[in-house]
Design a protein around this ligand. Structure first.
Ligand code: C2E
Ligand code: MG
Ligand code: MG
Length: 393
């Protein structure tokens, strides 16, 4: 059949290659196993959907083959295997994604049938002929288009609920930008934000999100739903020392209380304008606006920042949360982050809760607030009141 998925497995231990191949054949793949890394180029082609790659092989290791794939701008999904410790897998995974490759999973030997089967079944392949976002970016949208989108209200924040672990009650929502593009459909931040940065439109975009989000919160209030909103800040927002005053004015304009607003910043954002950021953040807190440190664990010099900046909340990055039930190291990071946050008097939010198992684990660990697809995906503002009625009461 022409539409079968194609898998290529490379492992110097032939029996492992054959095992992976057989599991894939059982699942309806077209599959080839090779055990000599030197023959990789002979078998690898752009129509391969999934490459299962052993990292440690004599002669040419998996990292070299990843480099080859990156050089060909491969869009294949990749599963990495290693007999070694999970640390090696993690660093190879990171290296691969920094080269634009798409690692969908990692396995340690011995590989169990069920584990591999589950992993293969869970892969969501990108649609054919629509490779990377990066490649699409070359075709669209232009600066004028983004400018027009801002003027024509094509940009719109979606809102993702955050709930208390203790009683499932609504804590607030996070505003996440979306672009309703007339030709390309709903575009996500991974496309919008790099474009806005490239064209120097990030300031405008941030102002737009803030305005629309505050307006939405005031409309919800008028309809009897009082809640908080968290807004993501960009590095350029910290160039203007007037930021606290500007936000304060907007808060009043929409009739909100400062305690209804949280600003999310990442460690990386702060590093770019450290002194100004400190000044601005201190004054924001003096105005009783909450500050949240986003994607905690992924940036620089975290501990020093935490000591200096009056954060009220810490968000554990979803890359750790999503792995916490299956990966010992991720679990250790999650546990320590919760302890640290609490010791510093902050609320701890876990983002990326995708299933009951992760909810239960984070809840047992004493995490305060949950955000993730398991609770709800980001949604247009008008849908929130109904979601609250259906899910929380
Ligand atoms: P973030 O602030 O860490 O936001 C959380 C991201 O995780 C959102 O992605 C959200 O949709 C996603 N997410 C939430 N729960 C789950 C889950 O259970 N599973 C998975 N796989 N993902 C989940 P989104 O909307 O694509 O936004 C990506 C990033 O773009 C945000 O990460 C934030 O850094 C940035 N961003 C979004 N909107 C804005 C904005 O208005 N201004 C600025 N400066 N940055 C924004
Ligand atoms: Mg955020
Ligand atoms: Mg985050």
């Amino acid at each position: 059949m022409a539409d079968k998925r194609k898998l290529l497995v490379i492992d110097d231990e032939p029996e492992i290659g054959v095992f992976v191949r057989d599991v894939a054949l059982d699942l309806g793949y077209e599959a080839i196993a090779i055990h000599r890394p030197d023959s990789f180029e002979e078998y690898f082609s752009d129509d391969i959907d999934l490459v299962v790659l052993d990292l440690i092989m004599p002669g040419r290791d998996g990292v070299e083959l990843l480099r080859t794939m990156a050089g060909r701008a491969s869009t294949a999904s990749i599963i990495l295997i290693s007999g070694y410790d999970i640390g090696v897998l993690h660093s190879a995974q990171k290296l691969a994604s920094e080269q634009g490759l798409h690692v969908v999973g990692t396995l340690t030997k011995p590989i169990r049938y069920r584990e591999l089967e589950d992993m293969l079944n869970a892969i969501v392949y990108p649609p054919k002929n629509r490779p990377h976002d990066a490649i699409e970016l070359l075709e669209f949208p232009s600066e004028q288009e983004l400018q027009r989108a801002i003027n024509n209200d094509e940009l719109e924040p979606y809102f993702q609920p955050q709930v208390n672990f203790s009683d499932n009650s609504l804590v607030g929502v996070e505003a996440l930008i979306r672009w309703r593009h007339p030709a390309h459909g709903l575009l996500m931040p991974n496309i919008i934000i790099p474009l806005a940065e490239q064209f120097g439109l990030m300031d405008k975009l941030s102002a737009e999100v803030l305005q629309q989000a505050f307006k939405q919160v005031s409309e919800w209030m008028a309809a009897g739903l009082k809640t908080r909103v968290a807004i993501n800040m960009a590095p350029c927002n910290f160039k203007d020392l007037n930021l606290p005053e500007l936000i304060d004015v907007k808060i009043r304009q929409y009739g909100l209380g400062s305690d209804q607003v949280t600003l999310e910043v990442t460690e990386t954002t702060l590093m770019q304008e450290l002194i100004k950021s400190l000044d601005i953040l201190t004054r924001l807190r003096m105005k009783r606006i909450k500050l949240s440190i986003d994607d905690f664990g992924t940036g620089y010099s975290s501990l020093q920042q935490l000591h200096r900046i009056p954060f009220s909340e810490m968000k554990i990055d979803k890359s750790f949360v999503m792995r916490a039930t299956s990966d010992k190291e991720a679990l250790a990071i999650v546990k320590m982050t919760i302890l640290l946050g609490h010791e510093l008097g902050m609320k701890v939010v876990a983002e990326g809760i995708e299933n009951q198992e992760t909810w239960d684990l984070l809840s047992d660990l004493g995490c305060d607030v949950a955000q993730g697809y398991f609770i709800a995906k980001p949604m247009p503002g008008r849908q929130l009141p109904e979601w609250v009625r259906n899910h929380l009461q």
